[in-house]
Design a protein around this ligand. Structure first.
Ligand SMILES: [Zn+2]
Length: 70
């Protein structure tokens, strides 16, 4: 678990926005950037390069998806 105090000072390095802590996944999520920052040994890896993009599970073809010769 991360310190509450630490969580309060953490912000997304990209947009400086708030992060959502997911203890069960051991990640911090920025919904603005749709990036997921992992936490290693209770140390959040706050690097844009290390962040993983979030795929919004099951949300398909919401906008701008051309069906390419289905
Ligand atoms: Zn962000």
């Amino acid at each position: 678990m991360l310190d509450k105090e630490l969580l309060e000072i953490l912000a997304c390095p990209k947009c400086k926005g708030d992060l959502e802590y997911r203890p069960e996944e051991n990640v911090l999520i920025c919904w603005n950037c749709k990036l997921r920052y992992r936490i290693e040994d209770d140390i959040p890896i706050m690097l844009i390069d290390e962040a993983e993009p979030i795929e919004e599970g099951g949300v398909h073809g919401v906008h701008g998806q051309d069906s390419e010769g289905a």
